[in-house]
Write a protein that binds this ligand. Structure first.
Ligand code: G6P
Ligand code: ZN
Length: 541
């Protein structure tokens, strides 16, 4: 088998963002684009000779073609073995687990996460390192700089590898091992949770609706929730991964998972609803007539952690991304454990988990996870909730009410302004940043600013620093507004405004109503409407 060297030139825009490189599908399919980036990964990690990689993706359009390219390029660069999910499928958490359980040197995940797929959708490539987690800054910047000086890439000429059949084959000197994408992951879940208790819950008539949103978690959820745990057949809906996710937007929030939200309201709704995203790392939890905000979910999991076998001995600590609400901080305080505050992006949790400083972590962007692997994990969060409910035997709404009764309620919402002109969005942030020092003591639509800064983070384990991670403004009533530009969009800029307010007395306000003063203050400070012409956010979560 011949390895060919193809001459190429740097292609602009190959800088990995919050979670790998994400572009429109046509951009990724343009000549040399994928190949340049894959070769830059190999260079950025110091070559591939003799290494073992995990490979899989969320099944979106171009996943199958891209997987073959990655295999041919891995063979050309001397990889010893690539372990790939059948049909090129692996959820992000399953890939993270396989990297760890097989002692691989890293993994390539083909996904644009919750972004729509298809010829007009998005595509993405993420590289995870040997601990199973997203490549940290040092690695992504090495990849980026390789992409800026690339002159050639190596690829073998061969037929497609048949990825539909389990077992080993060879591509040149490299072994390609096709594995069942679900088996190892399901076995891990069985070790972490009390499957007997959850099966007992279903046996007692408890009903579930899990919406896989036509994305990768369908096979995982069907195998674990229905086949192993006994949820009624048909509990997992939209369970077949489709290249365009059925034309949907596989992001598990009340806007994009509105079908599930509708199914969960009313007296005949199932007891429990959940959804996951394109690549299976996000989760949404809904009880009957009760949506659980991701930040609250993290706090509830922390408060109830000892009910699951994996955390029976308690938590070492918890971590949340800075914009995530401070609900979990209150639980950590009550438990007497540390709560770490990191920048947005799962990669920042990796060193804390590796060092054993935290057991649980989560983000407002519907991600929750633990030290069982190094990614957030959608189905794991669902099983965690089911395990809690199996032990407590109360409705989700009651779990929430009890939690707020004890800790108070942290009203929280995120307002997104999508596809803004990038210059305009940057100018808005620059102007607000420049005014931060003068804000304390001033009045913003009736709220007095107590403090303001730009979040920077120093990793307590390896000392690495991340600057410019969002503008934070606190008010005298304890409320907080955070402004940040998204690092995962593919069109223009997305401004995210994160709003929160803690209330120990009134626990049943409608969220947007409870936050109205903070929303008004944020608008007064940033002038979003006047600067962008947008009078309302595109997405409210
Ligand atoms: C991905 C990352 C998360 C991050 C989220 C939002 O899902 O894995 O860690 O919180 O994107 O990122 P963004 O930069 O768009 O706010
Ligand atoms: Zn995802």
């Amino acid at each position: 088998m011949r390895a060919t060297t193809v001459s190429t030139q740097p292609i602009a825009g190959q800088k990995p963002g919050t979670s790998g490189l994400r572009k429109t599908t046509p951009e990724f399919m343009a000549p040399h684009f994928l190949e340049n980036f894959v070769q830059s990964i190999w260079t950025g990690i110091g070559g591939l000779a003799g290494k073992t990689l995990i490979l899989g993706g969320d099944g979106r359009y171009f996943n199958d073609r891209a997987a073959q390219v990655v295999l041919r390029m891995a063979a050309a660069s001397g990889a010893a073995r690539v372990i790939v999910g059948r049909d090129g499928l692996l959820s992000t958490p399953a890939a993270s687990h396989l990297i760890r359980s097989r002692g691989a040197d890293g993994g390539v995940i083909l996904s644009a996460s919750h972004n729509p797929g298809g010829p007009d959708g998005d595509f993405g490539v993420k590289f995870n390192i040997a601990n199973g987690g997203p490549a940290p800054e040092a690695v992504t910047s090495a990849i980026f700089s390789a992409s800026r000086s690339i002159t050639e890439y190596a690829i073998v000429e061969s037929q497609d590898v048949d990825l539909s059949v389990l077992g080993e084959s060879r591509l040149g000197d490299m072994v390609v091992e096709v594995v069942d994408p679900v088996a190892d992951y399901a076995a891990l879940m069985e070790r972490l949770f009390d499957f007997d208790a959850i099966a007992g819950l279903f046996a007692s008539g408890f009903t579930l609706r899990f919406d896989a949103m036509h994305a990768v978690t369908g096979p995982y959820a069907a195998a674990i929730l229905q086949d192993r745990l006994g949820a009624a057949p048909g509990s997992v809906v939209n369970a077949t991964p489709l290249p365009d996710f059925g034309g949907g937007h596989p992001d598990p929030n009340p806007i994009w998972a509105h079908e599930l939200m509708a199914a969960m309201s009313g007296p005949d709704a199932p007891d429990f609803g959940a959804a996951s995203d394109g690549d299976g790392d996000r989760n949404m939890i809904v009880g009957r007539n009760c949506y659980v905000a991701p930040s609250d979910s993290l706090a509830v999991l922390a408060a109830n952690a000892t009910l699951i076998p994996a955390c029976r001995g308690g938590l070492a600590g918890v971590a949340r991304s800075m914009p995530t609400s401070q609900a979990v901080d209150r639980v950590a305080e009550a438990l007497g454990i540390a709560c770490h505050e990191t920048p947005t992006g799962w990669k920042y949790f990796g060193s804390l988990l590796d060092a054993g400083l935290v057991t649980l972590c989560g983000e407002e962007s519907a991600g929750t996870g633990s030290d069982h692997l190094r990614e957030k994990d959608g189905l794991w969060a669902v099983l965690f909730w089911l395990n809690i409910l199996a032990r407590r035997r109360v409705p989700v709404a009651r779990v929430m009410a009890d939690h707020w009764q004890r800790y108070g309620r942290t009203y929280y919402s995120r307002h997104d302004y999508e596809a803004l002109n990038a210059d305009l969005a940057n100018a808005l942030m620059d102007d607000l940043r420049a005014r931060l020092p003068d804000l304390p003591g001033t009045d913003a639509a009736g709220l007095i600013v107590r403090g303001a800064d730009e979040f920077a983070y120093e990793d307590p384990v390896d000392g690495s620093r991340a600057e410019a991670q969002g503008l934070r403004i606190w008010f005298e009533n304890g409320a907080r507004a955070v402004f940040r530009l998204s690092g995962t969009g593919t069109v223009g800029a997305t401004l995210r405004v994160y709003l929160e307010r803690h209330d120990a007395q009134t626990l049943d306000y409608e969220t947007q109503f409870a936050l109205a003063p903070v929303i008004a203050a944020a608008e007064a400070l940033a002038g979003i409407a006047s600067r962008t012409g947008r009078t309302a956010p595109d997405v409210v979560t």
